[in-house]
Design a binder for this molecule. Structure first.
Ligand SMILES: [Zn+2]
Length: 224
């Protein structure tokens, strides 16, 4: 009996540590953007980036235990001939070949940042669908910021109109919140596993999110 239990524990451990699989499919090779992806980024680099992003995200979210994470076995990246930048659904990341082809500057660094952002959507909790969209996007950009892939066109700290404006504005605000209590974003994401409430800010930092936003704006002289 003891031996059977040992075997079960072993099989469970093997299963739990099974690595995430990644695939990259370039559906836009007939377009200049698809060719630019192939020549300036490449499937192999993209795959490595998906893997590094996953490990970085687990670390930021303090998800050391597989039980803390979403159960995702495979993440697929598609380079598509489409408008916009990128989107993620059902563990599939879709990257715009047109965006790659038209980007002026260090396109490899930019797409690395985009992939970090999209990969957060694969792993983050969304409050069972109840979290504000701006917060979801803010957390994705917060991770991108922490990975040092924030582009130069982002707002500066203290800029923006409201805390859940999303993207860079919310990312900078979350960075401020995390400076008040290290690990704040990881704790917030944990709380968002089963639902969402603005009260999570009170729970973690002792102040309402509106008060925190006022404090944040005041710290930077209430710039626009
Ligand atoms: Zn996003």
């Amino acid at each position: 009996m003891k031996r059977v239990l040992c075997l079960l524990a072993f099989l469970y451990a093997v299963h739990e540590t099974h690595a995430v699989e990644y695939s990259v499919t370039n559906n836009a090779l007939a377009t200049p953007g698809g060719v630019a992806f192939r020549d300036k980024i490449g499937a192999e680099y993209a795959k490595q980036t998906l893997d590094s992003a996953t490990k970085f995200i687990w670390n930021v979210f303090q998800q050391n235990n597989p039980a803390d994470r979403k159960n995702v076995q495979k993440v697929s990246l598609f380079v598509d001939d489409m408008d916009g930048v990128a989107y993620t659904s059902n563990d599939q990341i879709h990257l715009s070949a047109r965006y790659v082809g038209n980007y002026n500057g260090d396109v490899k660094r930019e797409i690395t940042g985009v992939l970090y952002h999209e990969m957060v959507h694969v792993w983050q909790w969304n409050g069972n669908g109840g979290a504000p969209g701006g917060l979801i996007e803010g957390i994705a950009d917060y991770v991108r910021l922490k990975a040092n892939y924030a582009p130069s066109h982002w707002v500066k700290p203290g800029q923006g109109q409201k805390w859940d404006q999303g993207y860079d504005v919310t990312a900078r605000f979350l960075d401020y919140c995390d400076s008040l209590k290290s690990g704040f974003v990881a704790q917030l994401n944990k709380l968002m596993r089963s639902g969402y409430s603005d009260q999570f800010f009170v729970q973690l930092l002792g102040k309402s999110v509106d008060q925190l936003w006022r404090d944040y704006k005041a710290k930077y002289g209430n710039i626009a």
